[in-house]
Every structure is written in structure tokens, then in C-alpha cells.
Design a protein around this ligand. Structure first.
Ligand code: C2E
Ligand code: MG
Ligand code: MG
Ligand code: MG
Length: 276
């Protein structure tokens, strides 16, 4: 009887699903080789002040897959979180950012540009996360004042006290903390108020229709006002047009990033174009 049921189940397991599962397993297994195989590269997307001066960049990970070519994080970060590979990958990204800052401080560029590094919830939750950050700062000699960590609201699933304690420890080290994709999560303002943040990043989904959708326009203005009142910096993500930028500047948004100014680019290209 059980065998018969098993066969039936197997028959219902549709080939499309099987294909997806197979792809996912292949992806997870490829990810294990990726770091050792030096297949990752960091790209930089400039962040600007409202006067269009470049103040720094967000570090965005790219994967040069041996067969698939250039792969974006939307495709592999979830898998990396699932297998735990994200821990080593995250350390690698942070280290690359530190090394770059050290190189820049050594005279490669004359301005002090900041780097914003994404940290996934699973990475942040790891017990020794703060220790690893501290060690990498010591090893590389990077100036922590030039580093921002971008965290997401999904941290709200965790204990607030623990989250706050970790954030404070990171700030103690000199790092700034930004809340990424702000407005897309489930967390309440009461919760957010307790977090020792430096910056809110307005999610690109709100910026997209800012000039055509009255609701989005009001929402973005509200977030800008709220950030000002809470003494937080605010950065608008996903600015693609001059009209969007005009709206943001007009409503007091002090910083932005987006395709309007530049896509994420390889480090050498960033240095050549924006850091001279
Ligand atoms: P995010 O941190 O919200 O990064 C912004 C994403 O929006 C980036 O996608 C960027 O290329 C894209 N973007 C920037 N400007 C525009 C624009 O004007 N229009 C549109 N449509 N998109 C724009 P990307 O590089 O594919 O990264 C996707 C997400 O993957 C990131 O979202 C972040 O959550 C995650 N991620 C990227 N690098 C890392 C990393 O090193 N570690 C971790 N844990 N996550 C990362
Ligand atoms: Mg980000
Ligand atoms: Mg974002
Ligand atoms: Mg995002």
C-alpha cells in the first residue's frame, strides 16, 4: 500500500518542479566552489549628494559563473543563505571593501569615499559576526568611519534586545548602520525606533512611480520627513530619471543612488570615472 502511494506521489511530482529543484541543487553545489575559484567580484554603485557629488558607493556582489556567465545576487544570495555559504561570502565581501578603503587611504584617491556593504539577516545573526568584523578591521587597517553596513528589516524577526546590542557593538567599532529597502518590511515603527540606526534607504519600489503615483509621492515625502525628525540620514534607491531626482531634491532628500547616474560598475571603472 505504502509503495503504491509512493508511486502515485512520484507521478504527481511534476517535471517542472523537478527541474527547478535540480537547478537549485546545482546552484548550491556551484556556490561551494565559487569563493575558492575566485569567481566573485565586487561592483560599486556611486552614492551621491543632492548636488551630484559622489560621496561613496554601495558594494554589490557579482558572480562570474564558469558556465552561466555573470550572475546577479538576486539569483544566488537566497541559496547562499540556505546553505550557509553566505557566512564566508559575507566575510569575503567585507574584507574586499576594507582592502579597497586601505588602498584608497594609501593615496590611490584623495577624497574620503564611504563604502556601504550589504549584510544579510542570517550573516548578522551569526554569534561571532561582530568579532569577525572587528578582526577584519584590525587586519586591514581600514577606517571604520568610512564603512556603512546595510541591514534589512527582516532582522525584526529576531529578539530586539540582541539586535540592538549587536548594532551598538558595531557602532562602537566606528561603523554606521543603514536600514536597507526601508518600507517594504513588516516591522512596526515602534520597533524601528528602538534600533540605533544612522540611515534609512528608501526602497526603489517607492521611488519608481514617485512622479506619477500620488501615494508613492506622499510616502516618500513622509519617509524623508521622518528621517529628518529622527536625525537619520536618508538615501533614495533606484533613481532612474531626472524627474525622480528633481522630485527628491525638491523634497529635501539629501542623497541618492540609481541608474540615472550610474549602474554598479567594476572597481577599476568606478575609480577611473568617479574617484579621480
Ligand atoms: P540592495 O541592497 O537593495 O541593492 C540595490 C539593488 O538595486 C542592486 O541590485 C542594484 O544594482 C539595483 N539598482 C540600483 N540602482 C537601480 C535603479 O536605478 N533601478 C533599478 N531597477 N535597480 C537599481 P543587485 O546588485 O542585483 O543586488 C540585489 C540585492 O542583492 C541587493 O539589494 C542586496 O540585498 C543583495 N546583495 C547584493 N550584494 C550583496 C552582498 O555582498 N551581500 C549580501 N548579503 N547581499 C547582497
Ligand atoms: Mg543595499
Ligand atoms: Mg535596497
Ligand atoms: Mg533590495
Amino acid at each position: 500500500q505504502a509503495k503504491a502511494d509512493g508511486r502515485n506521489l512520484f507521478r504527481f511530482f511534476d517535471p517542472q518542479m523537478q527541474k527547478l529543484l535540480g537547478e537549485r541543487l546545482a546552484l548550491e553545489s556551484d556556490l561551494k566552489q565559487a569563493l575558492a575559484g575566485r569567481q566573485f567580484e565586487i561592483y560599486l554603485q556611486p552614492q551621491l549628494a543632492s548636488d551630484r557629488r559622489v560621496t561613496g558607493a554601495e558594494v554589490l556582489l557579482r558572480w562570474h559563473h564558469p558556465e552561466r556567465g555573470l550572475v546577479y545576487p538576486g539569483y544566488f544570495i537566497t541559496a547562499a543563505e540556505h546553505t550557509g555559504a553566505i557566512h564566508d561570502i559575507g566575510v569575503w565581501v567585507f574584507e574586499q571593501a576594507c582592502l579597497l578603503l586601505t588602498k584608497w587611504a594609501g593615496g590611490a584617491i584623495t577624497r574620503a569615499l564611504t563604502l556601504a556593504v550589504n549584510v544579510s539577516a542570517r550573516q548578522f545573526r551569526q554569534a561571532d559576526f561582530v568579532d569577525r568584523v572587528r578582526r577584519l578591521l584590525q587586519q586591514t587597517g581600514a577606517n571604520p568611519k568610512l564603512i556603512k553596513l546595510e541591514l534589512t528589516e527582516s532582522l525584526a524577526l529576531d529578539s530586539v534586545d540582541e539586535t540592538v546590542a549587536k548594532m551598538l557593538a558595531l557602532r562602537e567599532l566606528g561603523l554606521a548602520i543603514a536600514l536597507d529597502d526601508f518600507g517594504t518590511g513588516q516591522s512596526s515603527l515602534a520597533y524601528l525606533k528602538r534600533l540605533p540606526l544612522n540611515e534609512l534607504k528608501i526602497d526603489q519600489s517607492f521611488v519608481r512611480d514617485i512622479t506619477t503615483d500620488q501615494n508613492d509621492a506622499v510616502l516618500v515625502q513622509t519617509i524623508i520627513g521622518m528621517a529628518q525628525n529622527l536625525n537619520l540620514e536618508v538615501v533614495a534607491e533606484g533613481v532612474e530619471t531626472e524627474q525622480q531626482l528633481d522630485f527628491l531634491v525638491k523634497h529635501g532628500c539629501p542623497a541618492y543612488q540609481g541608474f540615472f547616474f550610474s549602474e554598479p560598475v567594476p572597481v577599476t571603472e568606478f575609480e577611473r570615472k568617479f574617484a579621480a
